[in-house]
Design a protein around this ligand. Structure first.
Ligand SMILES: NC(=O)c1ccc[n+]([C@@H]2O[C@H](COP(=O)([O-])OP(=O)(O)OC[C@H]3O[C@@H](n4cnc5c(N)ncnc54)[C@H](OP(=O)(O)O)[C@@H]3O)[C@@H](O)[C@H]2O)c1
Length: 246
């Protein structure tokens, strides 16, 4: 049987790397895109030992031309996991222009670049699955998330919108909005992270959820339910509660 192909951006570390391992172990061929060549190659070596196929493509998601050259070398993706992202907490009373721009350029426009590059061949075959990595930070403005949150809110809105055109052409669109997952990204947080999940558990939950018909999925259940409720409360109440917890 032909192996399924997954393209994962942000495959060198954290959630992307963990999902890459899981998919390879389930017999998928994984195309891994991110900047760190050393980390990508070490993942390739690890997975080759167990006869898995992991093809590393060092590339910054901001580099549209390089992404295009990768697309020419690979099979049509069955799964396109648009996951690459950065996270920097900011104090909004300070100067943060570079952080604001970087988050939009990498987290949002990086996803758009990869989407535009890999979508046409998926449309040619009228099938495929696009999974966009957002965050619960995209649901409501949170303290210190003025750079990160808007990029994730934009991704969620993008996913909500594209599904109408893409579903009609046989392509599934999903958005993943996790709470806290233990990775290098969250290791810089100096506050208590409720429901912090191990990265391999997060990868398992993503794998489980891509086999459901849910448009958006989130985890862990308790914290994401709390955040969901918070996000639909009147602003006066939600901002009061966030201030209390902060
Ligand atoms: N951890 C959490 O609690 C959490 C919660 C909700 C959502 N998320 C989202 O999940 C995704 C993965 O996060 P993570 O926690 O696994 O973070 P991570 O461990 O820091 O991994 C981030 C991945 O993105 C890649 N990346 C960053 N900038 C890139 C760029 N310009 N071009 C290509 N690749 C780039 C990194 O690789 P290189 O450095 O090699 O490029 C790395 O592979 C992010 O979108 C994040 O916002 C995470």
């Amino acid at each position: 049987m032909k192996k399924k192909t997954a393209v994962i951006t942000g495959a060198s570390d954290g959630i992307g790397s963990s999902l890459a391992k899981l998919l390879v172990n389930y017999g998928w061929e994984v195309i891994g895109i991110s900047r760190n060549t050393k980390k990508l190659n070490s993942l390739k070596n690890e997975l080759t030992k167990s006869n898995g196929i992991f093809k590393p493509f060092p590339c910054d998601v901001q580099d549209f031309t390089k992404l295009k050259s990768i697309e020419k070398k690979i099979n049509v993706p069955d799964l396109l996991f648009l996951n690459a992202g950065i996270y920097t907490p900011v104090d909004a009373s300070k100067k943060n222009l570079e952080h604001y721009k970087n988050h939009i350029n990498i987290n949002y426009l990086g996803v758009i670049n990869a989407y535009e590059v890999f979508l046409p061949k998926m449309l040619d075959v009228n099938q495929g699955h696009i999974l966009i990595m957002s965050s619960i930070s995209g649901w409501i403005g949170l303290p210190k998330a003025a750079a990160y949150g808007p990029s994730k809110a934009a991704l969620r809105s993008f996913a909500q919108s594209i599904r109408y055109d893409l579903n009609a052409k046989g392509i599934t669109v999903q958005v993943c909005s996790p709470g806290f997952v233990e990775t290098s990204a969250t290791s810089i947080n100096d506050f208590y992270m409720p429901g912090l999940l191990k990265v391999d558990k997060a990868a398992q939950l993503i794998y489980k959820n891509i086999h459901t018909k849910k448009f958006e999925f989130s985890f862990p259940f308790g914290f994401s339910t709390f955040m969901r409720i918070l996000s639909i409360l009147p602003d006066k109440l939600s901002s009061y509660l966030i201030n209390k917890i902060n």
